[in-house]
Design a protein around this ligand. Structure first.
Ligand code: K2U
Ligand code: NI
Length: 184
């Protein structure tokens, strides 16, 4: 199982690379990596496992964060109505998005960043994501709220973007007036 020792930290060059497309149908190795990412996120939301292994809780994880520069992400998060979004995706892509923006009121963190960075991270309020599941079948997701934020954070990792890149340096709490605040 993956632990925090497998997660590379800010400053590691892999976090700034553009990750490579995963050839489909996926190899057994790539399927195993995808499964390990989702397993980490699920484990990190289990009190017993997090305390036994010292995991930082998370709702998503991208392959570059374990020093694998391939386009794979895992998300395991509930929306405000309690609906679970649990996905491991190859080659995820935002195919359309709202003009309207949204941001996490609590700001964002990152398992690869060991310090708190204050400020709002403006993101698309709604996104449509296409990707491929571990069997190589296409998945199309229409997302809003916290799941939309999480998928954008993870897809950013595939493009070498860290959440703090998106915080306004001059006014970290600046957001457009019609941006939607989201509780975690
Ligand atoms: O990619 C990662 O580093 C995992 C992040 C993902 C994330 C952070 C902020 C906003 C959206 C996604 C971890 O989940 S950070 C911990 C966390 C836990 C619950 C809600 C938000 C963030
Ligand atoms: Ni992150």
């Amino acid at each position: 199982m993956l632990t925090m020792e497998d997660i590379i930290r800010d400053g590691h060059p892999t976090l700034r690379q553009i990750a490579a497309e995963v050839p489909l149908p996926p190899s057994e190795e790539d399927k195993q990596i995808l499964r390990s990412l989702l397993e980490y996120v699920k484990n990190s939301q289990n009190e017993e496992i997090t305390s036994a292994y010292g995991l930082r809780p998370g709702v998503g994880l991208a392959a570059p964060q374990i020093d694998v520069s391939k386009r794979m992400i895992a998300v395991h998060v509930h929306d405000e109505k309690g609906k679970l979004y649990s996905y491991g995706l190859f080659n995820p892509k935002i195919v359309s998005h709202s003009v309207e923006q949204a941001y996490l009121l609590a700001g964002e963190g990152c398992l690869s960043v060991d310090r708190a960075i204050p400020g709002y991270v403006p993101r698309h309020a709604r996104v449509t994501v296409k990707g491929f599941d571990e069997d190589g079948h296409e998945v199309k997701l229409r997302l809003k709220g916290l799941p939309a934020i999480v998928f954008q954070h993870e897809i950013d990792h595939l493009n070498g973007i860290m959440f703090y890149d998106l915080i306004d340096k001059n006014d970290p709490y600046k957001v457009s007036p019609d941006a939607i605040p989201i509780e975690r």
